[in-house]
Design a protein around this ligand. Structure first.
Ligand code: SAH
Length: 257
């Protein structure tokens, strides 16, 4: 990339981060669902260590912190999200045992068998579910848990429009049965799976975006990236309302053998 191109690219990324930083979560989820998934994880103590990969601004991380006594590291690629994460941890008086660091999920800066629990909501798709659960396994202690959310098909047959959309957005989307089979193959006992309720997408994600879209478009009037981003998010919401019977996010909780 030329310097000019990379500057443009950085500007785009900063713009996208600014948009998503203005809402509480950067993907579908809710405090209730985070707590529900946490109930399947046994044996956490104040000496346990949790790693939250692709933590964003830390919406779900703070819920984990408030419902455990563990030490928690949140890791995300984008420095702007980590700044907000650490500010939030301080505001909530959690900074002593919750810290955000910048890093990439495909090159984690940790020794093997360091964590009792690896968490990742709405983020593993960045390297793909199968690669993620395979590569992250070594960072878990034996008997440690993994809990991730992943876009999944609910049915074997789907309308063409939604199949095409996902083939383009994330071809690794698959049925719950296939995802569970991957967990089994890559060294985990499948402990639980459950489908995130629709309100995780509608109330906690798309509706929150509606409130920030117009001010964002005004601020970046005429900016192509800003316009395309908002148009894409609006399109995604329309598709979700139309086809939510066929797909959604699923929590997958596994235990390392
Ligand atoms: N877990 C948060 C954020 C989900 S959005 C929530 O549920 O609200 C996906 C997150 O993955 C974003 O914060 C994005 O910055 C992060 N991300 C994307 N690629 C990444 C990578 N290679 N390594 C670490 N984080 C990454």
């Amino acid at each position: 990339m030329s310097k000019e191109q990379s500057t443009i690219h950085e500007f785009d990324i900063n713009l996208i981060c600014e948009y998503f930083a203005s809402i509480e979560r950067q993907g579908p989820g809710s405090p209730e669902v985070t707590k529900q998934a946490l109930q399947f994880v046994d044996n956490l103590t104040k000496n346990s260590r949790i790693l939250d990969i692709g933590c964003g601004t830390g919406g779900q991380t703070m819920v984990l912190a408030q419902n455990t006594t563990c030490n928690i590291i949140g890791l995300d690629l984008f420095p702007g999200f980590i700044d907000i994460f650490n500010t939030n941890a301080q505001k909530l008086d959690l900074a002593q045992r919750v810290s955000g660091i910048i890093g990439s999920m495909d090159n984690l800066p940790f020794d093997n068998e360091q964590f009792d629990l690896i968490w990742s909501e709405g983020a593993i798709y960045n390297i793909g579910f199968e690669r993620g659960i395979r590569e992250w396994n070594k960072f878990l202690k034996p008997g440690g848990y993994i809990a991730v959310t992943e876009a999944s098909w609910f049915t074997e047959q789907r309308p063409q429009e939604i199949t095409d959309f996902w083939q383009n957005a994330y071809p690794e989307i698959d049925t719950i049965a296939h995802k569970v089979a991957h967990m089994q193959t890559h060294g985990y006992i499948p402990i639980a799976t459950f489908i995130l309720p629709e309100k995780c997408w509608i109330d906690h994600f798309y509706e929150l975006q509606i409130e920030v879209q117009e001010p964002f478009l005004q601020k970046y009037k005429g900016n192509k990236t800003a316009e395309e981003l908002v148009a894409y998010e609006r399109h995604e919401y329309e598709l979700y309302k139309k086809y939510k019977a066929y797909y959604g996010y699923v929590f997958y909780i596994g235990k390392k053998i």
